[in-house]
Design a protein around this ligand. Structure first.
Ligand SMILES: Cc1cc2nc3c(=O)[nH]c(=O)nc-3n(C[C@H](O)[C@H](O)[C@H](O)COP(=O)(O)O)c2cc1C
Length: 173
């Protein structure tokens, strides 16, 4: 985008943006990576599909966090989509803890094909190799080539909206 074009944009204020984004319900995921035996992972809702051919997805990670550099340096990551029984894990992976590895104390994490930690109870686990990273403002948009997928569709998803976790109540129809 040219400088001229950027100058024409009237940005809304940050608080209004956050108020709006709080109304966008997200599926709760844990993004994990392992770099030379050091594991990291964070709770994230900024996850979306990019394309199916080839299978590719996008995660948005705050560059100021501890996990970002490890994901980047590992060159691989896993997106673990949490089921509704994953609330405690979602909270643990969003909280500051002394050692990043402590976040993996529960859940029975396994090393996947890329070495990234995979949660056996996840609704879906997308193992990815980093295709590209685009740094945008405070965040890194990490685009991954999906190299393996595990699914487990027995229960419903863990959701997040307006500062609260919840589960899906399907409508009849
Ligand atoms: C429901 C929820 C969704 C979140 N989504 C994201 C996200 O998409 N990207 C991100 O960078 N942080 C997100 N966070 C914040 C991180 O989980 C949190 O800052 C974490 O401590 C970062 O860990 P790190 O310091 O190891 O990177 C989210 C937190 C919660 C509770």
């Amino acid at each position: 985008m040219s400088q001229d074009h950027a100058a024409e944009i009237n940005y809304t204020d940050t608080q209004a943006f956050k108020r709006g984004m709080r109304q966008l319900t997200g599926a709760v995921c844990i993004i994990t990576a392992d770099h030379a035996g050091a594991r990291a992972g964070l709770t994230a809702t900024a996850v979306c599909s990019v394309c199916a051919e080839p299978p590719r997805l996008l995660v948005g990670i705050n560059r100021a966090g501890r996990s970002y550099a490890l994901v980047r340096d590992a060159g691989a990551f896993c997106v673990n989509v949490l089921a509704e029984d994953g609330l405690a894990l979602a909270q643990r992976f969003a909280m500051p803890v002394e050692g990043l590895d402590e976040r993996f104390a529960t859940g029975g994490w396994e090393a996947g094909v890329t070495g990234s930690p995979v949660l056996p109870g996840a609704l879906a686990a997308f193992e990815c190799r980093v295709h590209d990273i685009v740094e945008v403002g405070t965040h890194g948009m990490v685009i991954g080539d999906v190299v393996a997928v595990r699914t487990n569709e027995a229960i419903g998803p863990l959701l997040y909206m307006n500062g609260q976790f919840g589960s899906l109540m399907p409508l009849a129809g």
